[in-house]
Write a new protein. Sequence first.
Length: 115
Amino acid sequence: VQLVESGGGLVQPGGSLRLSCQTSGFTFSSYAMSWYRQAPGKERELVATDSSTSGRINYAIFVKGRFTISRDNAKNTVYLQMNNLNPEDTAVYYCFAVKGRDGYWGQGTQVTVSS
């Protein structure tokens, strides 16, 4: 099983980034996919979730209206479009796949929002 995030980097406040999480080794379409983030000195927190079968999408209140999660089951990839970024969004962003008791993490990608 592999989950590989990409797309992070340094961006100015107000800017945008699109994260990708390319997966392999499991049946992607049947797993709920989430993005989490962890800022220095803070606990990992849920950013957004896209369930597999119900079509339900949920966002943390602090990103609602700015971030959009999406998935491409044909490419086994989940995305996180992040707009209007602010310094408080600086963190390592991780993708997470879950189905029942099975859960897999990516290695993370750093997002830094700074002028």
